[in-house]
Each structure stands twice: as C-alpha cells, then as structure tokens.
Design a protein around this ligand. Structure first.
Ligand code: GUN
Ligand code: ZN
Length: 439
C-alpha cells in the first residue's frame, strides 16, 4: 500500500503533562510522520525517516505544526444553526432556542443538511472525532452517522432520550426511547469507525423509568458510551432536586440507574460535591469540560486541574450550540481563561492534552486516536503558527515551541488549520472551498 511521509514540526505525548510535566511532551522541530493504510507507522526526525523511507510520497508542511486531530468530547450537532443565540441562561436558552430547533430534526432532509454543515465546520477547525448528542428523532442519528461514515471519521453519537419537561413533539417515552436507541445502536455501533452513545439528555428531562431503561440498555451494550449533563448551572441543580427529592446529590441519580462508569461522559460537572468527585473517580466516569459554553450561558468555572488530580478522565469540548465556537483553539483559550479566573494557569501542553488525548481517553477511544504515535489511526491536524499578522509577530518572538504555540491557542481560529487528515486522507482542499468527503 502507498506510504506517505508528512514533514513539519511534530508534537506528541509520552504521558499526561498534568501529572508527568513537560518532560512528557516530545517535540521535533524538523519532524516527520510515516503513514500507511490510514495508520501512523512511525514518528521521528525528518532526516532519519527520509533516509530510511525513500520510496514514499512526501508532503512537506514546512514549519507548520502537526498534532493529533482534535477530539471534541461533548457537542450537539443539531444546535449548529442556533450557535451564538443571545441573552438566556440554561433553562430558558433550552426552551427559547434549542427545543424549537431540535423539533425540526424529524425531517430527514433538515437533519442531513445540518449534519453536513456540522462536519464541514468541525473539520475546518481540525476536529477529527467527537461525541455528539443528536435529537430524539432516529432520523437525526441516521443523518449524523451517514455523514460521519462518508468522511471516514471516528465519531460517537446517540439519540437523545427525553420523556418529560420538553415540548410536545420532542418527547419519547421510557419504552420508545429504549427501543429506538437499541435499534440505532444495533445499526451503527462498531460500523466502520462509528460508536454509539446512550444519551439521556439530563435528569430533569427524563423520568426515573426512562433513566432506568437507559441504564438497562447500557448494561446490555457496555461497549457503547453513555453521555449526559451533570451540574452545569445552579438553577438546574435546584430543579433536579425538586424532581428527585430523595437523592443526596445530582450524580446519585445517575448512579442509581447504572449511568456511571468507564465510558460515561458527564458534560460540564461544575458544581460537584466531594462525594460526587469521589464517586466519579471510583467509577471511572469521565467529564467533558465546556469552557466557551460555561462562560456564554453563564454557568460557572469547572475545576479542571482538581478533577484531573483525582484521576477522573477529562477532555475538552465545544458544546456547540451552548458553546460559542467550533474552534478547538478558541475552546482551549476559554479553558485557559476559566483557569485564570480560578487562579490556575493551564499550560499550552495541558490545553493540548485536553483537546486531544484527554478527550479521546474520556470517550474510550484513546487507544485509537488522540496522539501522534505508531499504531494510532492517522487523524492529524496541521496548524499554521503564523496564521494572522498579529499571531505571526508574536510567534516570531518565541523562544521555544510553547511560546510559538500559545499565541495560536489564544488568538487562532480556523484560519490556523492548514490541513486535516482523517485516517491518512487529506480532507481540506484549497481554502474557501467545501470539504470533500471523497477527496
Ligand atoms: N443541559 C441539557 N441539555 C443541554 C444542552 O443542550 N446544552 C447545554 N449546554 N446544557 C444542557
Ligand atoms: Zn451539552
């Protein structure tokens, strides 16, 4: 099979920089990645790899930075069209903007249109994997996985389960939610690079019977992911307490119905008690940190480092459309800003970990994607570290790779993403054109 050698700067991780420090990061200023059959075969120094692999196609990205493709650990693709909607907090934001838009996804044509846009925007921002909520409509799930499959992407998604506190037309039942989710996971889970996530939206929009059904389905299909929301806003927690008065805290609701464990992805997780943090760690449940959403909807400041120190898998997430950007660079900048507001300066290496391997681990796909190492799938994002005049003049003063990368994290957007490879295939034609699923 054809072998390709990508040239550029490379960054990869030997270990988690939160726990192992900067010594865990490997940087080659003149690096190379050898790809074959959609996989990474070798990562190293360009002169060495070129000397040993003379008979391959060489793609020279100059001084651009090659990193693992970004992994978005929590997103709502059906909310693409309502991103940046003004002036609400979580519950009235859901009622005013989100539910009316999600209502439209029973229409397969609309779902297909938005899914296509969602994947184009994500790829343009260097995102190669994600875990997305769909809507309650099976059509929304089919549209999502069909579009992901056409692009050859490793993507996770699932039908939202919601049987109360949502408008007519946007509710299933405990039984239909179970039946439809089961049929969809049997159709899509494990097909090509696709994975299913059992998706009860959050405790307030499910009856205990529906959460029980979701837990039963997960027990029957334990290799699936399970995604939901946890402790995002104070008003939401108050509402949850009124609906589940017998529970000591939010997480205990999910625990009771078998919705914690490895592969559980808890969106937000801001206002956790000590008991909840201990329970997340003990069960191996993961957290998706959604900093642009948490500032945009006014939710609060997640203690990323604190959760990481407790051994909880945690990844970065756009949470579009509560999140205000498709850019993982912008999302990393927001994570930095949230950290600053907590008195904690996240390092560029830590931000990059959260956006790649940390998120992949949270989704239980960290053995397949998330890092530039031999044996991983060749999902690679190519960053131009001088993509605008402001960034270029700042990066020109850099003393090392971190000084060169941090301006792109803080000031960069899709203009910094020069190319994105999905299983070794370049997805980006000349700037300004549509993505090519079959390029
Ligand atoms: N909680 C329940 N549903 C949602 C949603 O769609 N977005 C966000 N940010 N929080 C939620
Ligand atoms: Zn969300």
């Amino acid at each position: 099979m054809a072998t390709t050698l990508l040239l550029g700067q490379t960054l990869s991780f030997d270990d988690n920089p939160f726990t192992a420090g900067l010594g865990a990061v490997r940087h080659h200023s003149t690096g190379a990645i050898l790809l074959r059959d959609g996989m990474i075969v070798e990562v190293g120094d360009a002169s060495d790899l070129r000397a040993r692999h003379v008979d391959c196609t060489v793609v020279d990205h100059g001084d651009a930075l090659l990193i693992a493709g970004f992994v978005d650990s929590h997103v709502h693709y059906p909310q693409t069209g309502i991103i940046a909607s003004w002036g609400k907090r979580l519950i009235d934001w859901l009622e005013t903007y989100t539910f009316p838009e999600e209502m439209r996804f029973g229409d397969a044509d609309h779902a297909q249109l938005i899914a296509g846009m969602y994947f184009d925007f994500s790829l343009a921002n260097g995102i190669t994997s994600a875990a997305s909520f769909c809507t309650i409509h099976p059509e929304s799930v089919d549209a999502y996985f069909t579009a992901a499959q056409a692009r050859g992407m490793r993507m996770i998604g699932g039908k939202v389960m919601m049987d109360r506190n949502a408008p007519e037309g946007l509710r299933d039942t405990a039984q239909t939610g179970y039946d439809q989710s089961k049929a969809l996971l049997e159709k899509w889970h494990g097909v090509d690079r696709l994975g299913y996530a059992i998706t009860p939206r959050f405790a307030p929009t499910s009856t205990p019977a529906q959460l029980q059904a979701a837990g039963a389905l997960w027990a029957e299909s334990p290799t699936c992911a399970m995604q939901t929301h946890l402790s995002e806003q104070r008003e939401e927690i108050q509402w949850m307490k009124e609906l589940y008065p017998d529970h000591p805290d939010y997480l205990s609701v999910y625990e009771q119905y078998g919705l914690t464990g490895a592969g559980a992805i808890m969106g937000h997780s801001i206002y956790l008690t000590e008991r909840e943090i201990t329970a997340l760690a003990a069960t191996g449940s993961g957290v998706a940190h959604c900093p642009t959403s948490n500032t945009f909807i006014g939710s609060g400041l997640c203690d990323v480092r604190g959760l990481m120190q407790r051994g909880i898998p945690i990844g970065l997430a756009t949470d579009v459309g509560g999140g205000s950007s498709f850019s993982m660079l912008r999302t990393m900048a927001a994570a930095y800003e949230v950290g600053q507001l907590r008195g904690d300066s996240l390092h560029a290496a830590e931000l990059l970990w959260l956006a790649t391997q940390g998120a992949a681990d949270t989704l239980r796909i960290g053995d397949k994607v998330g890092n530039l190492v031999a044996g991983r799938e060749a999902d690679i994002t190519v960053l131009d570290l001088s993509s605008t005049p402001v960034i270029a003049q700042r990066a020109a003063r850099a003393d090392d790779i971190w000084g060169a990368l941090f301006p792109t994290i803080m000031l960069g957007d899709d203009r910094a993403v020069r190319q994105v490879y999905v299983a070794g295939r370049p997805m980006m034609p000349a700037k300004g054109h549509q993505m090519l699923p079959d390029a």
